[in-house]
Design a protein around this ligand. Structure first.
Ligand code: A2P
Length: 317
């Protein structure tokens, strides 16, 4: 392993398996294959609708002796409709039941966005609760309680801006272990990288490959395709590796963990091996020039007409 952790914690394996859009019926085999080939970190969330199958794959892999619970790192997340203090612990317990686990290694607040309890995916402005109506600090106190109860070993957030992280740090008893955000050469977020380094917060890169497997309905027209970028492809050709390995190696060398989603065994292998690849200075400089501050996951779901959430107040930029 040629990378170092940002936070000094050596326990989060830097290449994890992403499971968003890994369909039920496929994700059991993908998770079992992943564990067999050496993945020790699986990124989950109840809103992906596949935690029960992932749980079955984890259970079967442990039963057959391929791994022990302690060797695996499992992340899951609190969905936007369960921020109310009384809902947090029961929601974590449900995830533990679905994953068939006694504890979660890392539990994240999925978005700094709140929905009413009965709303999984919002359709109207009334489906939202503004953040000042149900502050993150109240939800965070319940995550802290979950740590004390032994339900989670580490707690963190996802899709948080520097401002929101700072506010949380200022009020938290247990500091956030990680922020999981979209990171790739078109969205490098160097200020966030520096802030997390300074505050001992681990960063996990989601959509590290540019997320081109997303359904068309949530894509912008004419999205740039990261894995077809001429500079990424030229580096891949020069090094005789794949474009996916170029962008994953780049992320790992920045000290972030990555959670590329794949259900294809060859691509899963390729992604895991990115850990063994080292980009030289020339390649790193070329990639540094590709930043477009382009978000594939723009947050547009949360900014429908009349919503209290806007791009500006979600990202603070
Ligand atoms: P598949 O599951 O068929 O492999 P991201 O993690 O950025 O959201 O990207 C996920 C998308 O990238 C999925 O469509 C996945 O498809 C594809 N993918 C995963 N690994 C690779 C790879 N090594 N090369 C090309 N595409 C990949």
């Amino acid at each position: 392993m040629k990378t170092e952790m940002v936070d000094g914690d050596s326990s989060i394996p830097l290449v994890g398996l992403g499971t968003w859009l890994a369909a039920p019926g496929e994700v059991y085999t993908a998770t079992k294959n992943a564990i067999e080939m050496g993945y020790r970190h699986i990124d989950c969330a109840p809103v992906y609708n596949n935690e029960t199958e992932i749980g079955a794959a984890l259970t079967d892999s442990m039963k057959s002796g391929i791994v022990t619970r302690e060797q695996m790192w499992i992340t899951s997340k609190l969905w936007n409709n369960a921020h109310a203090p009384e809902d947090v612990i029961p929601t974590i317990k449900q995830t533990l039941t679905d994953l068939n686990l006694d504890y979660i290694d890392l539990y994240l607040i999925h978005w700094p966005v709140v929905h009413r309890k009965e709303v999984v995916i919002p359709k109207t402005a009334d489906d939202f609760i503004p953040l000042d109506g149900l502050p993150i600090s109240d939800t965070w106190q319940q995550l802290e309680k979950a740590v004390e109860l032994g339900l989670c070993r580490n707690i963190g957030v996802a899709n948080f801006s520097i401002n929101k992280l700072q506010k949380l740090i200022d009020s938290a008893r247990i500091k956030p272990f990680a922020n999981q955000i979209e990171l790739h050469p078109y969205l490098q977020q160097n200020n966030m990288l520096k802030f997390c380094w300074q505050n001992n917060i681990h960063l996990t890169a989601f959509s590290p490959l540019g997320s081109f497997g997303r359904p068309d309905m949530i894509k912008q027209p004419n999205e740039p395709i990261l894995l077809k970028d001429p500079i990424i492809c030229a580096i891949a050709n020069r090094m005789n590796i794949s474009p996916a390995q170029v962008v994953l190696a780049w992320a790992l060398q920045r000290g972030t963990s990555v959670i590329p989603k794949s259900i294809n065994p060859l691509r899963m292998q390729q992604n895991l091996r990115a850990n063994e690849i080292y980009l030289d200075e020339e390649a790193k400089q070329q990639i540094a020039g590709l930043d477009k501050h382009y978000r594939y996951a723009s947050g547009g779901f949360w900014t429908i007409e009349g919503s209290p959430y806007t791009m500006k107040n979600i990202w603070d930029e």
